[in-house]
Design a protein around this ligand. Structure first.
Ligand SMILES: Nc1nc(=O)c2c([nH]1)NC[C@@H]1CN(c3ccc(C(=O)N[C@@H](CCC(=O)O)C(=O)O)cc3)C=[N+]21
Length: 298
């Protein structure tokens, strides 16, 4: 089976060229995008993500502010910090990394981010847009995963898609994004009785569970597109650590028609989508401001 590696770094680099040009435009009009990236506590996948956001924001010429809080922070303190960023006219985008510690309400925190600055589109008022097929700005990992499927030239209308994992920020948005394109979508999760029965039917299989080696070759339809969203840090016998996905890459890459590697697949495109969303957010604020006050005096 000839199979194609979906190169996330290449897709990300192409997106960043366009984003950088849009940033230059915004800056020329007095709207330099500024992204505030909030993380709470110390989660390795979050630290990895924020590190790559910082590096990529520099490449895209987007101002970047890492805002880190200790796991012990109280809900009210975090809400106050978010309200401060909402009110700060320099800040055009806010992302709140997940997970947050159990004692915090992610829904209330997400709801506190002003919809115009919500660069992940996870505000209850924003995530609904996906149901209405308004797909310009959405959760970055979900958008990145669908972007990589588009690289396969598979027609999405009627495509048999299986999504394994049903998180609010990845699994569910992917299902909605693909339903908007006319795909037939099945969403599996930990309560699904026989995962293989579903995964073997899929022309496109998305896996976002957080379990190394969950998907093996016999669970995949020959020729299918496999989008591996898992980001698992494993320790090798010699004690060194490595980032792997949820798919057993060596065996599945032998029969998949297309497959995304980890690292080098969904990850880099997620970061590039975040930068694109930061530009969309700043552009929306510019339009909103101009609709009220007219163009900014230069
Ligand atoms: N609100 C929210 N949105 C998220 O999208 C979100 C989150 N919270 N919490 C944490 C997870 C994790 N995540 C990653 C994205 C990219 C890489 C990434 O850049 N990976 C690269 C680099 C890996 C490396 O440098 O070794 C790769 O896979 O090639 C990693 C992890 C987004 N997340």
């Amino acid at each position: 089976m000839s199979n194609a590696l979906l190169n996330g770094r290449q897709v990300a680099d192409t997106m960043l060229v366009q984003t950088r040009a849009q940033v230059a435009d915004l800056k020329a009009n007095g709207w330099a995008p500024r992204l505030c990236s909030i993380s709470v506590g110390d989660v390795s996948a979050v630290q990895l993500y924020v590190r790559n956001q910082k590096r990529t924001a520099e490449k895209a010429d987007i101002q970047f502010e890492e805002v880190h809080f200790p796991a012990e922070i109280h809900q009210e303190q975090l809400l106050a910090a978010i309200h401060g960023m909402n009110a700060d006219p320099r800040v055009t985008g806010i992302i709140l990394q997940r997970p947050v510690p159990q004692h915090l309400s992610i829904k209330q925190l997400q709801g506190a981010i002003h919809p115009l600055k919500d660069v992940e589109g996870m505000h209850p008022a924003s995530i609904g847009n996906i149901v209405y097929n308004e797909l310009e700005l959405g959760p970055c990992t979900a958008m990145a995963s669908v972007e990589l499927l588009r690289q396969t030239s598979l027609s999405l209308a009627g495509l048999e898609v299986v999504v394994v994992g049903h998180s609010e920020i990845v699994g569910k948005p992917i299902a909605f994004l693909l339903m908007a394109e006319g795909a037939t979508v099945t969403v599996c999760h930990h309560m699904t009785r026989n995962l293989s029965v579903h995964s073997r039917r899929a022309d496109a299989l998305f896996v976002a569970v957080g379990k190394p080696g969950l998907i093996k070759a016999e669970m995949v339809k020959p020729g299918a597109a496999v989008i591996d969203i898992g980001i698992n840090q494993i320790t090798l016998p010699d004690g060194s650590t490595k980032v792997v996905g949820d798919v057993d890459f060596d065996s599945v890459s032998q029969i998949a028609g297309w497959i995304t590697p980890v690292p080098g697949g969904v990850g880099p495109v997620t970061v590039a989508v975040l930068m694109r969303n930061a530009v969309i957010g700043a552009t929306r604020q510019k339009k909103h401001y101009e609709s009220l006050f007219g163009p900014q005096a230069q």
